[in-house]
Design a protein around this ligand. Structure first.
Ligand code: GLU
Length: 490
């Protein structure tokens, strides 16, 4: 009998930023596959990148997946028989497994300094050949290894890749994928800080967690042959692999926040219903059949088969998503509609937070929606708004906004004091006058000159919508939309 008695699948996001639509996409397909086959769906957090991993990002990933209705059977917050489910808590396991490979001769210690490796690469580049480690330490005599270990010389552990022949695997969607072994580098498994690389941790965990099918995005397909070599080195049975097509922009480039929002939290804030987003993602590369586009996750489970996935490069078309959302909005019952508007748009918490700021510009409650629309809206219309201050040109504003939003992307604690500190530091960095940057930002975020204090307003609008408006405005300026007149006047 096969090692895998049961379907067990996982998603393994790295918590390095906002929860990504690509994570939801891969999660949906894994979840549907698991449930269709009466199997289990695991959440594993791949947080071994000590510099980039953030606890806040992990929490947001979990919250967003649950918002979408995706629940895992085992995970960091739930535990389970294969835990811990956070890689940073499993480092001893990776070290033990590295020792096994060193003993069996499938791996070796490499004491090369980064200067040496940079030098090797530079020479290879000069010679016009692919850069790779030159395997200097692959056959070091045992005595030399021991001497270096005794001197505590920093080192990494590398996998001995086969030097001839080829490695292949059967992809459930793509068929046979094969690569010449000569094109594969001696992969680092354990870094000098004792942390594993993605390859080692991923393979060890998938094995120990008894993952039967690795269903992940296409961007990892080049790693899979390396993983196959690792499974063989350990003498382990391999899971089945399926690489889902990457979500793309209309121009077929990989989706990125520079073209369209990619954070799940943005779509939630923008009033997309979770069932719309799930249905939309289900249509990405997979077809239900008979041209049917609207269906539930339960209906998808019924029909799901890898055979119906096409590799054309599904376009993450937000116009289509909005159209699908409209369909689901119309299906809401009266109670669901009232609940949504009350809880998501005019929520008690939001109204309480707004109170100190909105009353000042009102003498009758009828002015509430008009005066404060920017607290509730999505994209703004800047027609007639003079965004570009005297002495600046459109390119200056675009540069300023794009630079600022990069800084804001890293700000997870979105309160007015931190916002003020970030914007002021940025103002000094680019040498703008306070008046110019603050007024521009106020206009970009609210579309008006007379809003409550800038940083409080920015805090209230929220991380998702504020960053979206800054990017959206920069994009509108670059396309000359709506703010054409001011651009011409400059
Ligand atoms: N940590 C990887 C990611 O961020 C996991 C890829 C995989 O599923 O193997 O997506």
């Amino acid at each position: 009998m096969s090692y895998f008695k049961k379907v067990r699948v996982r998603i393994a996001p790295s918590p390095t930023g906002d929860p990504h639509v690509g994570t939801a996409y891969v999660a949906l397909f894994n979840y549907v596959f698991a449930k269709k086959h009466g199997g289990e769906f695991l959440l594993r957090i791949e947080d071994t990148d000590q510099v980039r991993a953030k606890a806040s990002s992990e929490a947001m990933i979990m919250k967003s997946l649950r918002w979408l209705g995706i629940e895992w059977d085992e995970g960091p917050d739930k535990g389970g028989p294969s835990g811990p489910y956070r890689q940073s808590e499993r480092t001893a396991i990776y070290r033990e497994h590295t020792e096994l490979l060193l003993k069996s001769g499938h791996a070796y210690r490499c004491f090369c300094t980064s200067e040496r490796i940079d030098g090797v690469r530079a020479k290879q580049r000069e010679a016009g050949v692919t850069t790779a480690y030159d395997r200097h330490c692959r056959e070091l005599p045992a005595g030399e290894v021991d001497a270096s270990l005794n001197k505590n010389i920093h080192h990494v552990v590398r996998l001995k890749m086969p030097m001839s022949g080829s490695t292949s695997f059967m992809d459930e969607i793509r068929g046979k994928v094969e690569i010449e072994n000569s094109r594969m580098d001696d992969q680092v498994l354990l870094k000098s800080d004792g942390y594993p690389t993605y390859h080692l941790a991923n393979v060890v965990d998938d094995h120990l967690m008894k993952i039967s099918h690795v269903i992940r995005a296409e961007e990892w397909i080049n790693s899979t042959p390396k993983h196959v070599v690792l499974y063989d080195a350990f003498g382990w049975e391999k899971p089945k692999f399926a690489h889902l097509p990457l979500l793309r922009n209309a121009d077929k480039s990989k989706i990125s926040k520079r073209k369209n929002p990619v954070a799940l939290t943005y779509y939630q804030r923008a009033g997309i219903l979770p069932e719309s987003l799930m249905n939309f993602l289900a249509n990405m590369g997979w077809s239900f059949g008979n041209d049917i586009e609207f269906f539930t996750v339960a209906e998808m489970m019924d029909k799901f088969d890898f055979k119906n996935i096409h590799l054309g490069g599904p376009v993450f078309d937000t116009v289509k998503l909005t159209w699908m959302n409209q369909h689901y909005m119309h299906k809401l019952t009266e109670d669901q509609f009232v609940d949504y508007v009350r809880n998501e748009i005019f929520s008690t918490d939001y109204l309480r937070a707004l109170k100190p700021f909105v009353l000042e510009r009102m003498s009758r409650f009828e002015q509430f929606t008009d005066n404060n629309a920017f607290f509730f809206n999505g994209a703004l219309n800047y027609t007639g708004v003079e965004i570009i201050p005297k002495g600046k040109i459109a390119a200056d504003i675009m540069g300023m906004l794009n630079g600022l939003v990069e800084k804001l992307d890293d700000l997870y604690d979105w309160d007015h004091e931190r916002l003020k500190a970030v914007v002021e530091a940025y103002k000094d960095e680019i040498g703008w006058k306070p008046k110019d940057i603050f007024m521009t930002l106020r206009l970009v975020l609210t579309g008006r000159k007379d809003s409550p204090p800038l940083f409080e307003t920015m805090g209230l609008i929220g991380r998702e919508m504020a960053r979206f408006r800054i990017r959206d405005c920069a994009q509108k300026i670059s396309q000359g939309i709506e703010i054409k007149d001011q651009i011409k006047n400059n």
